[in-house]
Design a binder for this molecule. Structure first.
Ligand code: NAD
Ligand code: FE2
Length: 386
């Protein structure tokens, strides 16, 4: 290996408890590692229905911890929703915030943790290193194998009036503890398994070809690609396949670790306006864009995409960028992910505004291995309006 031409850094969660049944170790972990008296649990209706909220609550209460619970964090949370939740707890004194659910619940838990210790509004935190002070310690417990949010310093906020999604990036968003229990993902419906799994795969592949890729992010990205490629269809077809579920959850966490070091790139930048303006779920937007952006990137990232092909287990004539793109297209068909933006109400007239919005996501655009002009971005969106 030749020496890297740039320096890099890597920082993630300090403690991870993993494996089927790991959720049962929450109370014990708190006793040993985090002294707590008052906790706030941020969760989603699906977690409550499946009994996981009660399971968390009873473990905390057994330790004498007083618990407040929010069961209805909205998917793809908006700034207003986050402000509203924060307003409800302004005068409370929590010493732990638990995020239990998909990326939306985890991101909200991370944001509430810093909003309650800072005088800032959520919109003042948007961007990199804008959060002024550390937050309340968090425990993050993912129930989708998708965002990897449990190990990233990022939280994504939807801004409907700007028709965009923007990230808060701060080391203060990293949790104290992660619990990675595949049993939580068993009932995740097929379409969410597909979309969130493809989000995780997008994190890994974008991290690997990012201009900021480095030896640490590469290691996590390739292992993430290896695990997700071999398990995404199995987890989709049979949600009860716990071996596939566990590997997907690990693949998703490794994808998060990869992007912590290297950032994602143009796929995510182009996906944000589709989420912000047309409410297209994050994973769906990413998987629609992924083959087309990789096709655009292959002129500059051909060699890296060959490594990706190898990690995916592609052989012979498929061990190259074309093979990767064909495989992704085949997955999107098998996972029943739409390939036409009209399904979500987008028309050709929307393309210029979408492209302008994507170009504003410079934090991610600058990571893309092949620079994109606004015309290039428009051309990619138009491929999804056949
Ligand atoms: N912070 C990060 O690093 C990061 C990275 C990528 C994406 N994101 C953000 O995360 C959000 C998306 O998160 P997501 O894709 O995990 O989905 P989500 O949290 O929005 O959940 C989607 C739906 O699935 C349901 N659900 C979740 N887990 C379930 C389970 N085990 N069983 C049944 N139903 C379940 C939820 O209740 C919800 O209705 C977006 O806002 C996206 O921008 C954050
Ligand atoms: Fe993502």
């Amino acid at each position: 290996m030749t020496a890297s031409s740039q320096t890099y850094q890597f920082q993630t969660a300090p403690q991870i408890i993993g494996g089927a049944g790991a959720l049962g170790r929450l109370g014990e972990a708190l006793r040993l590692d985090i002294p707590v008296r008052n906790a706030l649990v941020m969760s989603q209706p699906s977690m409550f229905k499946q009994g996981f909220v009660t399971q968390v609550q009873s473990q905390l209460e057994k330790r004498g911890i007083v618990c407040a619970v929010i069961r209805d964090v909205m998917p793809e949370p908006t700034a207003d929703h986050i402000r509203d939740l924060c307003g409800r707890f302004r005068d409370s004194r929590f010493d732990l915030i638990v995020g239990l659910g998909g990326g939306s619940a985890l991101d909200v838990a991370k944001l509430i943790s810093v909003l309650l210790t800072n005088e800032q509004d959520v919109e003042e935190m948007l961007g990199v290193d804008k959060v002024e002070k550390p937050g309340i310690p968090t425990v993050l417990i993912p129930s989708t194998a998708g965002t990897g949010s449990e190990v990233t310093p990022n939280a994504i906020v939807t801004l409907p009036d700007q028709e965009l999604k923007i990230g808060v990036v701060s080391r203060y968003l990293l949790p104290r503890l992660v619990i990675l229990d595949p049993l939580l993902t068993r009932e995740l419906p097929h379409h969410h398994t597909a979309a969130t799994g493809m989000d995780a795969f997008t994190h890994a592949i974008e991290s690997y070809i990012s201009n900021k890729a480095n030896p640490i992010s590469d290691t996590f990205a390739l292992e993430s690609i290896r695990l997700i490629s071999r398990n995404i269809l199995a987890a989709y077809r049979d949600g009860g396949d716990m071996a596939a579920r566990e590997r997907m959850l690990l693949g998703s966490m490794y994808g998060g670790m990869a992007l912590t070091g290297s950032g994602t790139a143009a796929v995510h930048a182009l996906a944000y306006p589709l989420g912000g303006k047309f409410n297209i779920p994050h994973g769906v937007a990413n998987s629609m864009l992924l083959p087309h952006v990789m096709d655009f990137n292959k002129a500059e990232a051909g060699e890296r995409l060959r490594d990706v092909a190898e990690a995916m287990g592609l052989e012979g004539a498929s061990r190259n960028a074309e093979g990767v793109i064909r495989q992704i297209e085949q997955w999107t068909r098998e996972l029943a992910i739409p390939q036409d933006l009209r399904t979500f109400g987008v028309s050709g007239e929307d393309v210029p505004a979408l492209a302008q919005a994507a170009m504003k996501v410079t934090r991610l655009m600058q990571n893309n291995p092949r620079a994109m002009t606004v015309e290039d971005v428009e051309a990619v969106y138009r491929l999804l309006l056949p």
